[in-house]
Design a protein. Sequence first.
Length: 452
Amino acid sequence: MKPALLLLASLLLSPAGSAQESEPAFNSNRWQENYQYLAKQPRKNVYDNFKYLPLLSDRDDVYLSLGGNFRERLNSYNNDLFGLKPHNDGQVFLHRFLVHADLHASEQVRAFIQLSSYLSDTVGLNKGSLDNNSADLQQGFVDLHFQTVTARVGRQEFALGSSRLISVREGQNVRRAFDGVHVRLKNTYLDVEAFGFEEVEVKPASFDDQGNTQEKLWGLNSKWAFKPTKAEFYYIGLQRQAAKYQTMMADETRHSFGTRVFGKQSGWDWNHEGIYQTGRYGSLTINAWTLASLTGYTFNSLKWRPRLGLSTNIASGDDNAKDKQLNTFNSLYPNLSYFEEAAMLAPQNFFNIMPNLALQPLTNVRVSVDWNFYWRLSKNDAVYVRGLNPLPQTLGVNGQFVTHAFSGNVDWEINKYVSLGFSYSHFFAGQVITEAGGHDTDYLRSQVNVAF
């Protein structure tokens, strides 16, 4: 523990502007970083030598780069999940440690290995399934690059588009990874990727995680640049055994067809997405859909650069449990912090309106507030929460209004290496929750993240 504290202290004392302008920022996906630029300039300290270790004296494209992250996070809950689940008051302390080695063997071959340890301590709460994984291989893949085609084989993190259907699950303790193959073709005219995966099943012991053979994921995605917008068109296939909706459990084969349009211009930013799903769930035909819209305007000429935004979303629910269709939208592997850091509500059988305001009082400080008004779409379907699980108590109760939730966030990037985050959310129980026997929920988050 002492070396980690010393490292944190030294990075905290590093001034925010000490990094050279040419030095790249850290990325949440550490494999996206490239330190080959250090071959063309003097390496000033031991740290630079760890970021770029040349392996051949006559070739600067053959090198090893080392790095890591650790995150300390406190989540505090009062009446979590509206009190409709047991053990709903208390705190969980989440500890995340990641180290990686990035080997560039040539311009054509690259290997990336990332080891992880996820630990937690709880007070008054049961440990969640994504809180602990003592030590394991988070990522281990090989990239084979030939002209405009790159094939990635092995264990890897993967996110699609705005992470609405496939995300790395950054908000929870254990990040999501997949075993499989990802192939991308990118040139002047085309940017197309194909993938086939099994989600890595999280197990608490050391080096025992494996791909979940009961789930198969595959798909295609294409990216296009227009003026003034960009677009993605994608297909995702999912095969899952023993999937649960409402009170039913059956095998599921689902096909998702989606389009996303996004961009920025003249202070405006937009991100609009539509998805249709079909397939089979047991003996039922799947017929589901969702629409999502996020639009904002930033007043760049004003002090603190305020941004006003509006998020509106809707996803289908099941209207009739006795017909031959399943209409509940499946958000697959989503970013459950899509609405708020509490990650309590799942984007299934719902519609919402969420205005938000973001301010930047300092260059490295961002403050945001939002108010989420959230309804269920179908009265005959449940309210879905984290883990894409239905709340059984909400089946058969009257009403559509679930909650309105206020959230506030403060993010402070102390320097390139260290950042702090704070969040608070209060969920006001609506008619659906009160008739199910639930009450208001409070959530508080504080965290420190260190990257090196």
